[in-house]
Design a binder for this molecule. Structure first.
Ligand code: WT7
Length: 660
């Protein structure tokens, strides 16, 4: 985050009390109730979590133990209990009035709307699960899902957990190379994909990336590729391996016996960037994950039977897992699922959809808010003021710090000064919200994610693990385990311990963010402390982009840093040393384009550097260490005022200051 944003956040003094109308009926109502719950969780965590798990989840075999900490930091929650996640999201509602309620309102890119009730969704999941079972999928297998936003994607994920199959969803924007790495790492036996996807009025192919990924090798375990027909375009077909989804599902029964799994059974693995080149497979459990997704859906979004919830994330990210596929379904909510993009057919699409579907709880990312602010300034027709947004009562934000200016616009222009803004801080690894204001509890401060949820013990510490006083920036840590927490880095327990429970901190969970607490106990997130960038709310490892650049035949060395950006939060800036002389003019532009396309192919379009700088070397200390601190200054276009006396080659900074 830019220093400007940190400054404006830290001098923010405005406070907005919660609205009495929201407080009165909230699932968690009033500061006293919140504090009592926090106190209960602190005093007797086992009793607190045990009660929640018994009341909110349906167990096929009840648990007798709440937390097994004997192998910490590998915590085991409700270890002797058994359940099925799909039963908890679907079957549970069948004998109730929720059965005939709309579960999903799907709006396609072209505006076509499809509604699915809980009963229908249950039947579709059973049919799909039977299809998967007919291909030999069984408990313990791993299945890769590479699908566009669709009812099918949700059904596929639910069908996997119905069989005890561990899913690993790969966002459709990732390249074939990234897809290959995930297929190999997870040891997938099956891939579920689509012929293509519809976004922004265009049809984009998807299956070719799967064909390429499988041809790259290491995927021998993949027996079948199931293909959902979405765009109807031509597709290359691998006889014997590829199966159309509609053929697979034809004639399957709509009854499917759910497979009970142990509470700790891996429900899914989701890859996210870390500080080394290789993304981490974040492994989540079954019971604990679902419990936390459900508890937070009920608290933060205050979900009631009449709500229409809309989370704009893609199911390829954790936000889509927790707040599209699991939390809202387990809560029996009606939710909107959107295939397209916020700017098609125009930048009023979100507001128009809120109006059309009477959305009452809306959840999106600061990067989307900032780009829609810009759009409303340049094209006044798409300003939210032209839409009826009376249905809204809670509006949420996730993915990166929201600057107070964007917060105020969201609060006044979208929320019309009568909606709670919930700025939710959490991570792929936390499974659900950790720090957030609650609609019926918390006075809101623009730019602060407020306070931890009951059961969560957050603190700001120094590098030795010593807790810091209010007003001092430090490392954000979570001092006690919670059910939704990451269980392992898939296949790499050593990396799990080192990344999240470093010895120096004495056993607490290290989030990787810096933060500070103010005198009222509010947390203010300042950004990542590791080599992870946040581009449009998506995590990107600088090392990951560097390794991809260095893999290009022309590149000798590369360093990647983030630069603050008004719309995307951070933008990728790459400093590149070629194996030849430094290019200039048109040639530099051409090579820059080549490298950008290369990154799109190696990782995905989201990782494309905004800016590429060529130099004959990188700024290094005499011992050969790249001085990234200086590169960050250069990337911002600022002049270097830092001490450069330890620099071997100070002249290089001038050369690297020029963008191509
Ligand atoms: C990182 C986690 C959790 C779903 C989306 C991102 C940043 C997330 C906030 C927020 C400030 C935030 C943090 C965190 N972040 N939400 N409300 N305020 N920063 O999940 O890809 O795992 O990224 O996103 O830096 O560590 P993720």
């Amino acid at each position: 985050m830019s220093n400007g944003v940190i400054q404006s956040v830290l001098t923010e003094k405005r406070v907005f009390p919660p609205f009495p109308g929201l407080v009165e009926n909230a699932n968690l109502s009033g500061m006293q109730a919140y504090e009592a719950l926090c106190e209960q969780a602190r005093r007797d965590p086992d009793a607190f979590w045990g009660q929640q798990a018994r009341e909110l989840l349906v167990w096929s075999k009840p648990f007798t133990q709440v937390l097994d900490a004997s192998q910490a930091p590998t915590y085991r929650w409700f270890p002797d209990g058994e359940l099925n996640l799909s039963v908890n999201c679907l079957d549970k509602h069948l004998g109730t009035p929720t059965a005939d309620k709309t579960a999903i309102v799907f709006e396609a890119d072209d505006g076509q709307v499809t509604r699915v009730s809980y009963r229908e969704l249950h039947a579709r999941v059973c049919v799909f699960a039977n299809g998967l079972a007919s291909l030999g999928c069984k408990k313990g297998d791993r299945v890769i899902i590479y699908l566009p936003m669709s009812i099918e994607a949700i059904v596929a994920m639910q069908a996997c957990v119905r069989l005890g199959v561990t899913h690993s969803v790969v966002f459709g924007g990732f390249s074939s190379k990234s897809l290959n790495e995930r297929i190999v790492d997870v040891g997938a036996s099956l891939v579920i994909t689509a012929d293509g996807q519809c976004r922004g009025g265009r049809k984009l192919p998807l299956k070719p990336a799967v064909d390429d990924a499988l041809a790259m090798g290491g995927c021998d375990a993949v027996r079948k590729v199931v293909v959902y027909q979405r765009t109807g375009g031509e597709v290359a077909w691998n006889e014997g391996r590829d199966v159309w989804l509609h053929d697979l599902l034809a004639g399957q029964s709509d009854q499917c016996e759910p497979v009970p799994v142990e509470a700790e059974h891996p429900s899914f693995i989701l890859y996210t960037s870390g500080s080394t080149g290789k993304p981490k497979g974040v492994q989540h459990a079954s019971a604990g994950f679902l419990l936390w997704a459900l508890m937070t859906t009920r608290w933060t979004f205050d979900i009631k039977p009449d709500d229409v919830f809309w989370c704009t994330a893609d199911v390829g990210w954790i936000t889509g897992h927790s707040y599209i596929v699991y939390g809202p379904l387990a809560a029996g909510a009606t939710q909107v699922v959107f295939e397209g993009v916020p700017t098609y057919p125009n930048a009023g699409r979100f507001w128009e959809m809120i109006q059309r579907h009477h959305v009452s709880v809306f959840y999106t990312a600061p990067t989307a808010i900032r780009s829609l602010i810009k759009a409303a300034e340049s094209t006044p027709d798409v300003h939210p003021r032209h839409y009826t947004l009376d249905s809204l009562r809670i509006i949420g934000s996730v993915g990166e710090p929201i600057n107070p200016e964007a917060w105020m616009w969201y609060y006044t222009q979208v929320g019309r000064e009568r909606c709670a803004v919930v700025d939710t801080w959490w991570q792929t690894e936390t499974g659900g919200h950790m720090l957030t204001p609650l609609p019926g509890v918390t006075p809101m401060k623009p730019g602060s994610c407020a306070m931890p949820l009951p059961g969560i013990e957050a603190a700001v510490v120094d590098e030795h693990g010593k807790e810091l006083e209010a007003g001092h920036g430090g490392l954000l840590v979570i001092k006690r385990p919670w059910p939704g927490m990451i269980r392992n880095v898939w296949g790499d327990p050593e990396r799990f311990r080192k990344s999240y429970f470093p010895e120096e901190l004495g056993g607490v969970y290290l989030a990787g963010d810096s933060a500070q607490k103010d005198a009222d106990g509010y947390f203010w997130i300042m950004g990542r402390v590791d080599d992870v960038l946040n581009v449009s709310g998506h995590r990107l490892g600088t090392m990951e982009v560097e390794s991809a650049l260095v893999a290009h035949p022309l590149v000798a060395e590369a360093a990647v840093v983030g630069r603050p950006d008004d719309t995307t939060g951070e933008a990728v800036v790459a400093f590149v040393v070629l194996k030849r002389d430094v290019p200039e003019g048109a040639e530099a532009v051409e090579l820059g384009k080549q490298l950008r396309d290369w990154i799109a192919k190696e990782i995905g379009p989201i990782a494309k550097p905004r800016d590429i700088r060529f130099g004959e070397n990188l700024p290094k200390t005499r011992s050969g260490k790249i001085m990234r601190r200086l590169l960050r200054t250069v990337a911002k276009g600022e002049s270097v005022t830092q001490d450069v006396s330890t620099l071997e080659n100070p002249a290089i900074l001038d050369q690297l200051s020029k963008s191509v």
